[in-house]
Write a protein that binds this ligand. Structure first.
Ligand code: FE2
Ligand code: FE2
Length: 197
C-alpha cells in the first residue's frame, strides 16, 4: 500500500509496479516529462491572463508558470547530464483524454490543471521510491530533484483547486467530485509506458 497522500483525493491509486514499467526507458521518461513541464508553464501563463481582473491570482499563476519553466530547464539539464537528448513530443494521452471531457469554461481548465498536478505528484512519488535502486536514476541528486518536483506539484494542485473554489464556490466543489471519477476512469484505461501519465 502506498504510504503517500496525494494533494487531491484521487480515486484510482497507481500500483507500485507502474514505476518499474515507467523506468524501462528513462530517456523516454525524462523527455516526456520535459514536454509536460513546458506545457504546464504554458497552461499557467494562459490562465494568468484569464485572471487579469484578479491581481493576486494572476501573480500566483505567473509565479507558478516560472516554477514550471524552472522544472522544464532542469529536466533538460538532467537529460544533458545523462548524455541523452530531448525526443519529439509524443503527446500526452492522459491530458488529452481529460480535455476531451471538459467544457469550454475556466472552471474545468482549473480543475483539470489541479488533477494533472495531483496525479503527477503521486507518480513522481512512486518513481522516487522505485528509482532508489536504479543504475542511472538512483543517483542522490536525481532523487532529491524528484522529491522537490513532487512537493512543488503538490502545491500547484492545491493552488489550482483553491483558485477554482475562490472563483466558483460550491460549483467548483461539486464539479471536482465529478472530475475525480472521470480522472480515475481515464487513468485506469491508459497503458503503462515510459511517461509520467
Ligand atoms: Fe512542474
Ligand atoms: Fe506543476
Amino acid at each position: 500500500m502506498n504510504a503517500f497522500t496525494p494533494p487531491l483525493p484521487l480515486r484510482a491509486e497507481t500500483p507500485a509496479a507502474w514505476a518499474e514499467a515507467a523506468l524501462a526507458d528513462p530517456e523516454a521518461l525524462l523527455s516526456d516529462h520535459a514536454h509536460c513541464e513546458k506545457k504546464a508553464a504554458l497552461s499557467a501563463l494562459t490562465l494568468a491572463q484569464a485572471f487579469g481582473d484578479q491581481p493576486r491570482a494572476s501573480v500566483l499563476l505567473a509565479r507558478l508558470a516560472e516554477e514550471e519553466m524552472g522544472h522544464f530547464r532542469r529536466v533538460l539539464e538532467a537529460l544533458q547530464g545523462f548524455g541523452w537528448t530531448l525526443r519529439p513530443d509524443g503527446g500526452n494521452a492522459y491530458a488529452q483524454a481529460l480535455h476531451r471531457l471538459a467544457g469550454k469554461g475556466l472552471l474545468d481548465r482549473l480543475l483539470i490543471a489541479a488533477l494533472i498536478e495531483a496525479r503527477s505528484c503521486e507518480r513522481l512519488w512512486l518513481l522516487e521510491q522505485a528509482a532508489a535502486g536504479h543504475p542511472v536514476l538512483g543517483a542522490a541528486p536525481w532523487l532529491a530533484f524528484l522529491l522537490e518536483l513532487e512537493r512543488c506539484e503538490a502545491g500547484h494542485a492545491l493552488s489550482y483547486r483553491g483558485l477554482a473554489e475562490e472563483r466558483f464556490g460550491d460549483q467548483a466543489r461539486a464539479r471536482l467530485d465529478w472530475w475525480l471519477d472521470r480522472e480515475a476512469e481515464v487513468v485506469r484505461a491508459l497503458p503503462w509506458r515510459s511517461v509520467v501519465h
